[in-house]
Design a protein around this ligand. Structure first.
Ligand SMILES: [Zn+2]
Length: 329
């Protein structure tokens, strides 16, 4: 099998960060991320990259009324109430995208959907936190059903999911499968990367991830193909594309080199390499971040020529795996 280059983006605007940051301290990055999306799509078209856009369900809405129409009855009761985005819809946001570009993004979603090769997937309806205290499986199921319903109203059938903050258990995956969402981005089952609640993301975990992004610290091998089990296909994450840092340009260069090296290994050994980030990570230092992305895509173009590496969406990767072999739990 040839190597696969898989890209996924967690498209969330303010919904993914508002539990710990507001418009005053992060709004500029969210707006900058909006401007970066058309540029990212242009690069994807130029290099023939097929990406998966895991989109918060609220971003399918054109109006606040539409958001309210899809709020489920069974809401999560997080111990940390600030995690719930449902409160905000009731009062703290504008009426539409023109009034409130921090919380509405339908025009961008439509642009993604119109670009050849892009998959519209889900990042849950409300940016649901599966491993935080107070969440329940029934509330998760209701949230996913709302995500499906609002996506359907916009003409999209959801097949793949990226769990917010990469938090999930087998139970959450099973609920997704029952709802027809059969592909997910899993986490490598190794220290510092395995799925965990916010309280477990300690300074040590952050430090190890930071270091591992520029040099091999955590032993890990990318799989040859997605893992299939009980109807679900796990298209495991390989690497988070870190934002370019003006304070540490040398770090960013090492990070880019590490990604390109991992891509080469995947191409040479017929493995998958799954890169992910958020559009708002490009919201500051956009020019440098887009240049960094283009260098990654240039590497992909070289590996496509030399080793036949292919760019596929998460659902494409899952479909190809199903054709090749059965379950491999
Ligand atoms: Zn998110």
């Amino acid at each position: 099998m040839t190597g696969k280059f898989i890209v996924s983006l967690d498209f969330e605007l303010m919904w993914g960060v508002r539990y710990h940051m507001g418009r005053d301290d992060y709004g500029d990055a969210v707006l900058g991320g909006r401007q970066a999306i058309p540029e990212i799509l242009k690069l994807f078209s130029q290099y023939g990259v097929h990406a998966t856009w895991a989109t918060v369900g609220l971003l399918f809405a054109r109006t606040r009324k539409e958001m309210l129409d899809y709020i489920p009855d069974d809401l999560p009761k997080y111990t940390n109430a600030s995690l719930s985005n449902y409160e905000a819809i009731q009062g703290d946001i504008g009426e539409n995208e023109k009034e409130d570009p921090y919380h509405f993004g339908r025009s961008l979603l439509d642009l993604v959907a119109e670009t050849p090769g892009q998959e519209v997937a889900t990042h849950t309806f409300s940016h649901f936190y599966c491993l935080e205290d107070g969440q329940t499986l029934s509330a998760f199921k209701a949230d996913i059903q709302s995500a499906k319903a609002i996506a359907k109203s916009a003409g999209h059938e959801l097949k793949s999911i990226v769990f917010p903050r990469n938090q999930y258990h087998d139970d959450h995956v099973e609920i997704c499968v029952a709802e027809g969402i059969t592909t997910f981005r899993g986490q490598p089952d190794v220290f510092a990367y395995r799925t965990m609640a916010n309280r477990d993301v300690t300074p040590l975990v952050r430090g190890v991830r930071l270091l591992d992004s520029i040099m091999p610290v955590v032993p890990r091998t990318d799989p040859r193909r997605p893992k299939q089990c009980a109807g679900a296909t796990d298209v495991k994450a390989s690497r988070f594309l870190r934002p370019w840092r003006s304070s540490l340009p040398a770090y960013s260069t090492l990070h880019l080199n590490r990604i390109r090296s991992e891509m080469r290994t995947a191409a040479q050994q017929g493995r998958q390499f799954h890169l992910w980030w958020h559009p708002h990570n490009f919201g500051r230092n956009a020019r440098e971040n887009l240049m960094q992305l283009e260098k990654v895509l240039e590497e992909y173009a070289r590996l496509r020529l030399s080793h036949g590496m292919e760019s596929v969406t998460m659902s494409d990767a899952a479909r190809e795996t199903q054709l090749v072999r059965g379950a491999n739990c």
